[in-house]
Design a protein around this ligand. Structure first.
Ligand code: NDP
Length: 609
């Protein structure tokens, strides 16, 4: 893009012609593309392992466990808790959850940075509200309230009894003789379980940018998912009084950065925000729960609200929008990344033209808001996002943009340098300018695809010692995303060959409901194992392939980020059921009314399948 065109685009306000916008988007993508793609990041392991240490719960020694449970669940976040709860409701008493963290909560255990809130309405996001008898205090709940709710779920369902924490599963091995799993851990455990459910999350390992010289920095540093309140003072509500005489740098302006930055800015002597790609920042409009509304809720209200929200996001026709926020008003734009119903009366080209027009309009509105809120025109220009709505996780805040009007906050745009250039003993260098800081906070997100079984960090060996990753050499192979042929009594809770939505908590709930129903049926009818037939698995893989949305072009045109493999993913990844989550849940419910004969293995037939 020419400099003149770039200037025109940046200054001509919301009414831009599509060609100029497309060109501007390409320009902004290209200046951020890095040849090292996904390898630009560094694992928080080895010499950087201290970035991943648990700062919240002291480590307690315990003897290795060699006992046997009915169901072992890897992961104590929403997915694990929901599964544990549903299993208990269906009468399974012997359930053990294990987690690397020091308590339940998963992502809400680890992430306690100042300002943390859920970005999906809490009444549809926080699980099992009616079961536990709780109504969140805020429309978008603070992280501490969510974490406490996780603890309340675990207490309500008695899940602490057999739980083990600070424990990482290191191998799952099927015992053909005993028809059960042998689960090894980093605590020397050799536990046995009839069923194993893996719910280890998708964004759990903190990642660091591979900034040259990062190891030379002599100031204080930590990752947002391990917030060091000992250093900053205060808590998730702010009051970071120890920063009063500190110059702080924050690297990263994704969903986490948006929430943490206003709080650090309030208390630090000076804050430098190192930004590579600006997030879209839409209106948040958080507010306390209206007690009259809470008192008016009738049994079944949460499921009804969740269903309504999911239906709108999935593009289904509904009469009423119960949540009515910026997620529901942008449902159509989400179709680029998330499956769901589309208007099939339109030709694909015409549909894409209308989608793109709606996207331009939304992003113009978001850019206009930046110009309206941020006083300094140069800072405002740097904060404007130039890409399509779903290229990055959309952001929301009523405080973030305002923060850049503070005299103690400096935005440092690193886009032309592919991010921070290097670090020295004293601070952060961008281009050839050094910013001396006392502390650097990395709000640089999480490794994708490392948790659980897909990355090989948790090796799985099924019937005859076959490795799951050999079976999945050409990509995951499952029935309905839950289980694979040759790997009996092993369930996955994940976003894989099933449904997706920005309200992933709802997706996990449906998965937990399903797993509990299948285990209950297996126990009722005395099935030896739960394992899909090869034919059922093949048929589901075909369905996923045939219904996949083709978003390869969309992803290729996006600025780099974890959605498009840092700009390397240029083809569609068929990971979800094309007709969308509502259709998928309907399909599962229908399947459950049948005899489940494609997964239940009768005792005599076990070995021969
Ligand atoms: P992200 O991966 O979204 O953001 C990482 C940030 O670090 C980006 O701004 C990235 O820039 C920046 N960055 C990375 N490397 C460099 C570098 N070398 N120099 C400068 N900047 C760099 O992580 P988040 O923790 O913000 O969010 C991760 C996910 O967690 C979200 O997408 C969301 O799903 C979830 N989340 C949910 C919340 C909720 O309320 N439900 C709250 C917070 C997070 P660039 O964009 O250019 O790569």
């Amino acid at each position: 893009m020419t400099d003149a065109a770039n200037r025109d685009c940046a200054s001509s306000g919301p009414h831009l012609d599509p060609n100029a916008l497309r060109e501007k988007y390409r320009y902004e993508r290209d200046r951020r593309l890095r040849p090292d793609g996904k390898t630009q990041y560094r694992r928080a392991a080895g010499e950087f392992g201290y970035y991943a240490k648990d700062p919240y719960t002291p480590f307690t020694e315990r003897a290795p466990l060699t006992d046997r449970v009915d169901v072992l669940v890897v992961g104590g976040g929403f997915g694990g808790l929901l599964t544990g709860a549903r299993l208990r409701e269906s009468g399974v008493e012997s359930v053990r959850l294990i987690d690397e963290g020091g308590d339940f909560g998963g992502t809400w255990y680890w992430n306690r940075y100042p300002g943390i809130h859920c970005d999906i309405e809490s009444y549809v996001y926080m699980p099992l509200l009616e079961e536990v008898g709780y109504v969140p205090k805020w429309r978008y709940a603070p992280g501490d309230e969510i974490r406490r709710h996780c603890v309340a779920i675990a207490e309500h369902y008695g899940l602490y009894r057999d739980a083990v924490f600070h424990t990482r599963a290191t191998e799952l091995r099927w015992d053909d003789e005993e028809n059960e799993w042998l689960v090894s851990t980093d605590r020397g455990d050799e536990m046995r379980a009839r069923y194993v459910v893996v719910s280890s999350g998708t964004l759990s390992q903190p990642k660091l940018p591979g900034i040259p010289g990062i190891e030379n920095y002599r100031g204080h540093t930590f990752h947002t998912s391990r917030w060091d309140y000992g250093y900053t003072g205060g808590d998730a509500d702010g009051g970071l009084y120890r920063l009063a005489d500190k110059r702080v740098g924050i690297v990263g302006t994704g969903a986490t950065g948006l929430q943490a930055i206003p709080f650090v800015a309030r208390d630090a002597e000076h804050l430098y925000v190192f930004q590579r790609t600006p997030s879209s920042v839409d209106v948040r409009d958080n507010r306390p729960t209206d007690p009259e509304w809470a008192a008016s809720l009738r049994p079944g209200w949460q499921r009804e609200r969740m269903e309504n929200f999911l239906a709108i996001l999935a593009g289904e026709d509904v009469d009423v929008d119960l949540v009515g926020d910026r997620w529901t008003s942008t449902a159509r734009l989400q179709r680029k990344m998330i499956t769901g119903a589309v208007d099939t009366t339109l030709e694909p080209d015409e549909r894409e033209r209308l989608d793109e027009t709606a996207d331009f309009a939304k992003m113009n509105e978001i850019r206009a808001r930046v110009a309206e809120v941020v006083d300094d025109p140069q800072t405002a220009a740097a904060l404007q996002p130039w890409y399509r709505y779903m290229c990055k996780r959309p952001g929301f805040s009523d405080h973030y943009l305002q923060t850049f009007n503070r005299p103690n906050v400096t935005l440092v745009d690193t886009a032309d340098h592919g991010g921070v250039t290097r670090m020295t003993e004293r601070g952060v260098v961008v281009g050839d300018v050094e910013y001396e800081v006392d502390c650097v906070v990395f709000a640089t997100g999480f490794e994708t695809g490392v948790s659980g079984v897909r990355s090989g960090t948790l090796p799985v060996y099924g019937r005859g010692g076959r490795a799951l990753l050999d079976h999945w050499a050409a990509g995951p192979r499952t029935l309905h995303g839950f289980y694979s042929h040759g790997f009996p009594n092993l369930f996955h809770l994940a976003s894989m060959q099933n449904a997706n939505s920005v309200n992933f908590a709802h997706i996990l709930q449906e998965q937990a409901d399903h797993i509990a129903a299948v285990v209950a049926e297996a126990r009722k009818c005395g099935a030896e194992c739960v394992e899909p037939t090869a034919e059922a698995e093949d048929a589901w893989c075909d369905t996923i392939r045939d219904t996949a949305i083709d978003n390869g072009t969309f992803l290729a045109e996006c600025t780099p980020g974890y959605y498009n493999g840092e700009g390397t993913r240029r083809t569609a990844t068929p990971s979800s059921y094309g007709p969308g989550p509502i259709a998928f849940h309907r399909l599962l419910a229908q399947w459950r009314t049948g005899d489940m004969s494609d997964v239940l293995v009768a005792p005599a037939a076990g070995a021969g399948r």
